[in-house]
Design a protein around this ligand. Structure first.
Ligand code: MG
Length: 277
């Protein structure tokens, strides 16, 4: 992969060929894909490999979402998302193992997810449970030589750093989504880069505005139009040594999503051009 290659996060079900052709036609060379359970069969994997060969696109990460994850407001996220809720933890650990096996068949060495609202207080009993679950995940994906990246946002940068230090596994990484820190009202994504930089091996180029109501999430915006100050954020990320993919995320659908992705691509290219000059 070219350093700082542009990417986009996509679903590839039901047709990997259609999904990856759509990406290639936007001039984007890499993708993060949502774990496509319906294609996790020998035939499905063959279809994906053919689509990758035909389009020349590289998968940089497999993203595990979970059935039952709900993002409607802060309380619902705390109750439903990731590895934090105890009632669904065992089945979700199994789901990650499946996704890891799937990724290895495609030669993908990176998995990632939102693990949920890790308690900020390490003396909360749930904190130690999530640390233990995370160690299990790291060991599971290490079987295939993979790393596992935590998506930022549902905690402060300092809280996430302490969690990483406590899990203490060499293959734990960060997928830094600067918009999430703002959408969840948690932290300043430019300042948080300093504390998380050594662990960042992937990012989401996404923007958003701070929440305006207690308990609610903020509003996602087209890249460059929210409160992230994306240009400053990206320049600082690169100055800190980051050379991984720059994966655009725009959580809407249809033609407007395509337009916003293309505008995001232009913005990123204008920033990296300035740096290269
Ligand atoms: Mg994201």
């Amino acid at each position: 992969m070219t350093p700082l290659a542009i990417g986009v996060i996509v679903g590839i079900e039901p047709s990997p060929e259609q999904a990856l052709t759509y990406v290639r036609d936007m001039g984007i060379p890499t993708v993060q894909i949502s774990y496509p359970g319906g294609l996790d069969t020998p035939d499905g994997i063959a279809l994906i490999k053919r689509a990758l060969a035909e389009t020349g696109i590289e998968i940089t990460s497999v993203v595990c979402g979970f059935e039952g994850d709900q993002y409607s407001d802060i309380a619902t996220v705390q109750a439903t998302v990731g590895l934090v809720p105890e009632s669904t933890r065992a089945e979700r650990l199994k789901h990650i193992r499946q996704a890891s096996d799937f990724a290895s068949k495609l030669g993908v060495t990176r998995l990632q997810t939102h693990i949920g609202y890790v308690p900020e207080d390490p003396s909360d009993p749930a904190y130690q449970d999530v640390v233990a679950a995370m160690r299990t995940v790291c060991d599971d994906v290490a079987r295939h030589g993979q790393v596992f990246a935590l998506e930022t946002g549902q905690e402060t940068g300092a809280g996430l750093r302490r969690f990483i230090d406590d899990v203490d596994k060499l293959n734990l990484r960060v997928n830094f989504d600067p918009a999430n820190m703002i959408l969840y009202g948690n932290d300043n994504p430019i300042e948080a880069l300093d504390i998380l930089a050594p662990f960042i091996d992937g990012v989401h180029c996404k923007d958003g505005c701070w929440p305006t109501q207690e308990g609610q999430l903020g509003t996602e915006m087209p890249l460059g139009q929210g409160d992230v100050d994306f240009t400053r954020w990206l320049k600082k990320l690169i100055a800190l040594g980051y050379r991984g993919p720059l994966t655009i995320e725009r959580e809407i659908h249809g033609e407007q999503q395509r337009k916003d992705i293309l505008l995001a691509k232009e913005l990123i290219e204008s920033i990296t051009r300035q740096i290269n000059r």
